[in-house]
Design a protein around this ligand. Sequence first.
Ligand code: NAD
Length: 494
Amino acid sequence: MKRIPHRINGRRVATGPRTGKVYDPAIGRVTAEVPYASAAEVDQAVAAATAAAPGWAATSVARRAAVLFRFRERLGERAAELAEVITSEHGKVLGDAAGEVARGLEVAEFACGMPHLQKGEYSSNAASAIDVFSLRQPLGCVAVISPFNFPAMVPLWFVPIAVACGNTVVLKPSEKDPSAAGVIADTFAEAGLPDGVLNVLHGDKEAVDALLGHPDVDAVSFVGSTPIARHVHATASAAGKRVQALGGAKNHMVVAPDADLDTAADAAVSAGFGSAGERCMAISVVVAVDPIGDELVSRIVARIARLKVGNGRRAVDLGPLVTREHLAKVTSYLDAGVAAGAELVVDGRTAVPDGDPDGFWLGPSLFDQVEPDMSVYTDEIFGPVLCVVRVPSLDAALTLVNENRYGNGTAIFTMDGRVARTYQNEVKVGMVGINVPIPVPVAPFSFGGWKDSVFGDLHAYGEDGVRFFTRPKVVTQRWPEPPAGVDLAFTANR
Ligand code: NAD
């Protein structure tokens, strides 16, 4: 049985008292074992990162950026290989896996600009003979804890910026699909990143909790479900660390009566079922504003009928779910929705997969006539289950979205600029798409939601990323002329 090693201080270590199983979800069989780090291994990884921190922080930003440039080139060359690794453990189709690598690479490109991004400010002669300037210094050792659904992209939201800023990292990827993180670490090593600057440690709650409480971990970047994000934020904050914790989502796509319905139906199906709905920016609720509900649903149904579910290495549209347990959980919502009175227009359990019978299959499913008190509406299902809620007006649509506990992404489909502008200004959601169903910001902007979709102040990547991974320092300097004499006044700075 293949064992997926940790990477600690440039060495591959596969020890650990406990192990987990890694599956190929398209065949439903175990393909590897992954060691679960104990607190002792967390100590080793943090010690390696802490030891590497002073040297890396003292390395010029030009040399750090040069590593990022090489990393970006090398990972681009390995993109197809990394996509195959992702598909083999996550299940998403190869094209989607390649897209995730490309979006991650955008952040690496952004981090290549660190000589500019990390510049401080300078105010000459701010007071008489006094100059004031600011520095952005690295924090030290930071932990990055990532979810299963983007095993390459989410680590790449944080690691390139963290290391380009001069920090060292312990990355704890999801134990469900841990291999992509190893490819990223190996590529950084090939690009010349010194040993100990990026360490990959596998594991579960035990490893995470050891990182959250470790006195030498200075900051934590977390992405995952809302209950765990809340726990990570509370625990790491109580331990005095800087923390950003991105959580779950329930993303609404509002379709206004004047929208182009074919465009809206294409978008709803693409954003609802891409990656089998296992995206934090997936559309999970279509809000149909009267009177277009019937027409929109029939166009969505027609498109679903053309989708193929199957092994992501084949010519299919969506792959399997990540684990058997997750499949059971998602499927249970189909029963719950029916029991609550929603209309199951398309039942994904009847789909015939193009793949091994033991794969974790569920085809696209569509609920109509969903009400806001049903669990299919209130809960993040995180699978290929799209819900349609019908509302009488645009105001009612806005109220629905704003009353939802999550606020990650949302979209509005309309041809009316005033409608779009009102929505963009009044919706309580962090990322808004106007005729764009999955508005994941490009790398120079930052990614993050509102409400229960994020805990902490700074969002991921973009300038927020640089702020998160640096500590500001302001220096006030004077190079004295011959002694001016003692002056006890408080503000002599004029
Ligand atoms: P998860 O919360 O189960 O796991 C995320 C990470 O936390 C993993 O590394 C896991 O090992 C660790 N973990 C799990 N249980 C833990 C516990 N009890 N204590 C400490 N650590 C624990 O999430 P997941 O199922 O891997 O990923 C899917 C979730 O992530 C969805 O809710 C999705 O919306 C969310 N997500 C959010 C974003 C975003 O940007 N907001 C992006 C991607 C995914």
